[in-house]
Design a protein around this ligand. Structure first.
Ligand code: ADP
Ligand code: MG
Length: 246
């Protein structure tokens, strides 16, 4: 499980996350929704220390790190926390000079030092899971956006992270291609993959998430089940945001 305790993040004088404490249980999917600039990506990136919180405590599984501005984190502790997580980006970010299967194998071989045949076997399993085994030898540039994102999901899952973090995984895709990615994420959710996703795709959030956190101005303004939040938001800011999307 993931626990964030009193997380604050500042960029200079700009306080972007304000005292966020939240528990994200194992085998659940949490969607971070809310207006642009609300802090969704920053919160997601704090979980794997792509951003260093200014204050607060992060626990992912058994790895725990406490941050204060005067404490410089060692590369070792960053790595051991980061290895508990896999990340999927809006813009896929596949290695262009690796085939689909090469992308999925890369971290297993270079970081985890798996032998190539073991990595290949794992990669094929994952490409099958995301419906991309038939494109194992294709180059990223020859794949559609939806196909690239499915390979990126397979790559993120390869080292069996405790949590899959997705930042706007469908936002760069046309609706039809977004749908293939939503299908894959919703299959992973059914298989009890722990996920946290920042998204303004309410369809994705309502199909996949167990819980929605509505983030605005660096605060969790409201949280609850997708149905509750989307059908009957309680807070003014949430109401306004939901109304602006429909
Ligand atoms: P969201 O993902 O909800 O759109 P972000 O987390 O990207 O929001 O941004 C929250 C706020 O943090 C914004 O005001 C943004 O300008 C600021 N911010 C994000 N990343 C940086 C950065 N690297 N440096 C300075 N400010 C940043
Ligand atoms: Mg964002």
């Amino acid at each position: 499980m993931i626990e964030l305790t009193h997380i604050e993040k500042r960029f200079g004088d700009n306080i972007v996350l304000r005292d966020i404490s939240v528990l994200l249980p194992e085998s659940t999917v949490t969607a971070l929704v809310g207006p642009s600039g609300g802090g969704k990506s920053t919160l997601l990136r704090c979980i794997n220390l792509l951003e260093t919180p200014t204050f607060g405590k992060i626990r992912v599984g058994s790895e725990e790190i406490e941050l204060t501005p005067d404490r410089k984190l060692g590369w070792k502790s960053i790595q051991s926390l980061r290895r508990q997580t896999g990340m999927v980006f809006q813009s896929f970010q596949l290695f262009p000079h690796r085939t689909a299967i090469g992308n999925v194998m890369e971290g297993l071989v270079t970081v985890l030092k798996w032998p190539a045949d073991k990595a290949r076997k794992r990669a094929i399993e994952l490409l099958e899971k995301v419906g991309m085994a038939h494109k194992a030898d294709a180059w990223p540039a020859t794949l559609s956006g939806g196909q690239q994102q499915r390979v990126a999901i397979a790559r993120a899952l390869a080292p069996s992270p405790r949590v899959l973090l997705c930042d706007e995984p469908t936002s760069a895709l046309d609706p039809e291609l977004a749908e293939e990615v939503v299908d894959v994420l919703s299959q992973l959710a059914r298989e009890n993959t722990t996920m946290v996703m920042a998204t303004h795709d309410l369809r994705l959030a309502s199909r996949v998430a167990n819980k929605v956190l509505f983030l605005d101005g660096g605060l969790i303004v409201e949280s609850g089940e997708p149905r509750e939040i989307f059908a009957s938001p309680q807070q003014e800011r949430t109401k306004k945001f939901i109304a602006s999307l429909s």
